[in-house]
Design a protein around this ligand. Structure first.
Ligand code: FE2
Length: 299
């Protein structure tokens, strides 16, 4: 199965043409898309027309779906589709219909503040503003490859604690407290250098800047390392910007990319629906007890 595909930039990303994602995909087509996803880290499909059920069905070709993140309110998902997050600035009857408003959204990897963050996200543009709201992506394989060797050696066996008290627009999430001490605040700990389980390539994983803490170090030393990593991670040579069109679907890999969004006029409308793919954890081997052996022989 060969897809009609072209690279979007030297850095990362590819567009796939001549495919209608509202239709069920064959296993062969789904696996060709997955292979292209591993190769390019981000895939763009234009001119799509999907219902939420079809968005969910397309997403499920690539794994089980994860729950949406906690927003600043407790209802940012689509009625009847609790796995579909609404990303929007639109306010209806005084209530925001979605997450993240119209402000800038700073660089992050989706839900890195979870113990097991989603491996990928699929974002579908239903309404886009005439100006602004573009999304930039950065290749974190390249970010790691371009670290000075001394810094890379220093961080190779270090981990960062990721904070989820605020979202990437800087707003406090529902039920969270502002962080006063990065050493004691809660948050999952992820290695700074991670190996992508499918491509076998190493990538820099820094998640999000606010309240990041390199575990085990005094705070000033941690701040120095985190600041240096952030100052080097984002570079025009390995970033790519998407100016959204209605009907765009973008499928990105959270393990080897980060993204940010430009602000836009809050009086214009931007409505996106997103799904996120759960990491499939390896199952421990089943221990064969005499009972289990008998059970399996009976089947
Ligand atoms: Fe995001």
């Amino acid at each position: 199965m060969s897809l009609s595909i072209r690279k979007l930039s030297p850095a990362l990303g590819a567009e796939i043409f001549d495919i209608d994602l509202s239709q069920p995909l064959s296993d062969i087509t789904a696996s060709a898309i997955e292979k292209a996803w591993y190769e390019h880290s981000i895939l763009l499909f234009r001119n799509q027309h999907l219902s939420d059920a079809e968005l969910v069905a397309f997403s499920k070709h690539f794994g089980e779906l994860d729950a949406p993140p906690i927003g600043t309110s407790n209802r940012y998902w689509v009625e009847g589709f609790p796995e579909v997050l609404v990303v929007s600035n639109v306010i209806e009857n005084g209530v925001p219909i979605g997450n993240l408003g119209a402000k800038e959204v700073t660089w992050h990897s989706d839900m890195s503040y979870e113990e097991v963050p989603p491996i990928g996200s699929i974002l579908y543009a239903l309404e886009v503003p005439p100006v602004g709201g573009s999304t930039e992506f950065v290749n974190m394989y390249a970010a790691l490859e371009h670290l000075p060797s001394e810094l890379r050696r220093k961080v190779e066996h270090l981990s960062i604690k990721h904070d989820g008290s605020v979202n990437a627009a800087g707003d406090l999430r529902l039920g969270k407290q502002p962080v006063t001490d990065v050493v004691t605040c809660p948050g999952p700990i992820h290695p700074i250098v991670r190996t992508h389980p499918k491509t076998g390539r190493q990538a820099l994983y820094i998640g999000r800047r606010p309240n990041a803490y390199v575990c085990g170090l005094p705070v000033p030393e941690s701040e120095e390392i985190v600041n240096e990593l952030w100052s080097r991670a984002i570079h025009p040579d390995w970033t790519w910007r998407l100016d959204w069109q209605v009907g765009d679907i973008v499928f990105w890999d959270n393990r080897c990319t980060m993204h940010r969004r430009d602000p836009f006029d809050p009086n214009s409308r931007r409505v996106m629906h997103r799904t996120q793919l759960k990491e499939k954890l390896p199952q421990p081997p089943i221990e064969l007890t005499p009972d289990r052996v008998l059970e399996s022989q009976a089947v």
